[in-house]
Design a protein around this ligand. Structure first.
Ligand code: ADP
Ligand code: ZN
Length: 617
């Protein structure tokens, strides 16, 4: 399929502009509404002396009555302005009659339909629209931001001056290994001559890979800041929908700019957006723009003689799908993994972001770090920000521990919602959450239950929050099955207590399916499929990329579905069995929840009569 300029968006914009045009035209008043009266009525009014003025052109007569006239009589259409048609067979006494009655003749010109402005809009509107659209497309291609027509293909990379808003390694915490690997780059940028003299192989490209929010961009900027060199940044995803050829010329321009100010750093964010492996069904319709942009980047990097002093840093959260060509020597041959921080790392990141924040003495950074497993730098910054807002709203002088716990709860569980549940719904929700919680308490090795609540939050009517005592890095089969059983606990409880189920378990089922699919398709935990990788990527798509095993066979995919189903069904049977065997604990929890709405960790275990098993850390 040939690529239309701008793709479907083009047509949407055209449509929107037409709508705007139509709207503007409709705002301009049409000819005034005049009361249409028969000639005879008009004549009567002249005789009655009720006509103030008239205008005529041809046989059309328009004018104004002194007093409003209602026509047809008895209706509610009444007006002081009127229009009528003079019959062709004449009435030559009209003019003298009007003069006699003191009617002002030809006071204003007859209004003929639309005004001049409207006419102009109608005749030139479409042309103007097309011109606007064209200009818009050109500017978009040129990268918007002030890009006039001449800017087509000019790089939009933002140039940060090293002196302004300088970021240094002191602003980066908790990802020490990645940081250490970049120290050398900083040194090279600072003393390029020393390296050149010794003929050392200077790195050209460094690929930072890691989940979103772990600080890849921050790290790249810190390298520039430490070395005191300009930083050019560019997001690769912007190239994907551009007009063919623009991306490549922008890349050329970006590299030229960077070389002119060398030593410098070029940062390409979301490299995977253009750097996906070529071929295969992943590139539907063959995205030429993507390929051309990618090729241009490769060409530029190959063109480095080594003396330019330009280093390209790129970030991706999906290194596994990158085209092998990008990773060849002389290109992004250095790879630095930026991992989510561990507990100490989180504490260090919290310290960095707490710098300017007044905090009460009893806030424990260690405690916060412990309570935030799985959170990355961006999440932690967000947490501190939420807590500060919470404190401000409560008129606290400093941010207090309660502000932090409430902010954390809001982030992890969603904000509370004020909706009224009927008593029946509340009771069902209480049993549903108790089912999750009880299974979480009874499954050996499951993450301890921290909180149960039937206060509606976000999309959920209630929540059960579980978190491990320490960070977890690997998961065993029995732990994962326990997770599935716990997640099915809400639905199972509804079935045990009410004998039927509701829609409330939707997100539980999504979660369960995701875990089971990964167990089978990624982690080789099903005997039927064996230790074979079937799924990949953050969305668990079937593997499709050449060089990585090709697409799984239809039989394997079918087997995957069967195995996923088997695991979930087995877990569900187990969930129902455990809840039936612990019916009185379930009722005790649900009753306490109905009474108190929220139970914390200690209360929940006490009410259920379960002893909390301390994980061996
Ligand atoms: P990424 O590029 O990996 O998606 P960013 O660098 O854009 O992540 O992180 C977003 C923000 O989160 C940063 O500007 C910084 O404020 C904070 N942040 C992330 N990681 C860290 C870290 N390791 N140390 C300190 N702050 C961090
Ligand atoms: Zn649920």
């Amino acid at each position: 399929m040939p690529r239309m300029p701008g793709g479907p968006r083009f047509w949407w914009i055209l449509l929107a502009l037409l709508a705007v045009n139509w709207f503007v035209v409709s705002l301009i008043p049409d000819r005034e509404e005049r009361l249409a009266v028969p000639y005879t009525v008009f004549r009567e009014q002249v005789i009655a002396g009720n006509v103030a003025e008239v205008t005529s052109k041809g046989d059309t007569i328009q004018g104004e009555f002194r007093k409003a006239v209602t026509y047809p009589s008895g209706s509610d259409s009444s007006d002081t302005t009127f229009g009528t048609e003079r019959p062709a067979f004449g009435d030559d006494e009209l003019l003298p009659l009007m003069i006699e009655k003191g009617v002002e003749v030809n006071a204003t010109p007859v209004d003929e339909g639309r005004s001049l402005l409207t006419t102009l809009l109608f005749s030139f509107g479409p042309v103007i629209l097309l011109v606007l659209l064209f200009v818009f497309l050109m500017r978009r291609a040129a990268g918007g931001a002030g890009g006039a027509l001449t800017g087509l293909g000019k790089s939009k990379a933002k140039r940060y001056d090293a002196s302004a808003q300088r970021v240094t390694f002191a602003d980066v915490a908790g990802i020490d290994e990645a940081e250490e690997e970049l120290v050398e780059i900083v040194d090279f940028l600072k003393n390029p001559d020393r390296y050149r003299r010794l003929g050392g192989q200077i790195p050209r490209g460094v690929l930072l890979s890691g989940p979103p929010g772990t600080g890849k961009t921050l790290l790249a900027r810190a390298v520039a800041g430490e070395a005191d060199v300009p930083f050019f940044s560019l997001s690769a995803s912007e190239f994907v929908e551009m007009i063919v050829g623009v991306g490549a010329s922008r890349v050329r321009d970006l590299f030229a700019q960077a070389k002119a100010t060398a030593p410098a750093i070029i940062f390409i964010d979301e490299l995977d957006a253009i750097g996906r492996a070529r071929g295969g069904s992943a590139s539907l319709g063959g995205n030429d723009e993507r390929e051309q942009t990618l090729n241009q980047i490769l060409t530029e990097m190959d063109g480095f003689s080594g003396g330019e002093g330009v280093i390209v840093l790129a970030a991706t959260n999906r290194p596994e799908i990158l085209d092998a060509a990008l990773l060849r020597p002389g290109r992004f041959d250095r790879r630095v993994a930026v991992n989510p921080p561990d507990r100490d790392g989180r504490a260090a990141i919290l310290e960095v972001h707490l710098r300017g924040v007044p905090v009460a003495d009893d806030v424990s950074v260690e405690g916060l770090a412990q309570a935030t497993p799985g959170m990355v730098g961006a999440d932690l910054r967000n947490l501190i920000n939420e807590a500060a807002l919470m404190a401000a709203r409560r008129n606290h002088e400093r941010v207090e521990p309660a502000d932090f716990t409430d902010a954390l709860e809001k982030i992890v569980l969603g904000a509370e919602r004020r909706i009224m549940l009927s008593p029946a719904e509340r009771e069902r929700t209480a049993y549903h959450e108790s089912g999750h919680a009880l299974l979480g308490m009874l499954q050996p090795g499951a993450d301890p239950v921290r909180k149960i609540s039937i206060v509606p939050r976000g999309r959920a009517l209630g929540v059960t929050f579980q978190a491990p005592d320490a960070d977890r890095y690997g998961y065993g089969v029995s732990y994962l099955r326990g997770r599935i059983i716990g997640a099915l606990g809400g639905r199972a409880a509804e079935e045990v207590v009410y004998g039927d189920i509701t829609t409330g378990a939707e997100s539980d089922l999504e979660q369960v399916t995701a875990i089971a699919r990964r167990m089978v398709g990624r982690w080789g935990m099903s005997e039927a499929i064996g230790p074979v990788s079937v799924l990949a990527g953050p969305a668990d798509e079937p593997l499709l990329f050449p060089g990585q095993g090709g697409a799984p066979s239809p039989r394997t995919q079918e087997l995957l579905d069967t195995e996923v189903r088997r695991i979930i069904e087995e877990c569900y049977v187990e969930a129902v069995r455990v809840l039936q065997a612990n019916r009185e604990k379930l009722t005790a929890l649900a009753t306490a929840l109905l009474d108190r709405e929220t139970l914390d960790e200690a209360d929940a275990y006490r009410v259920a009569g379960v002893t909390r098993e301390r994980a061996s850390v």
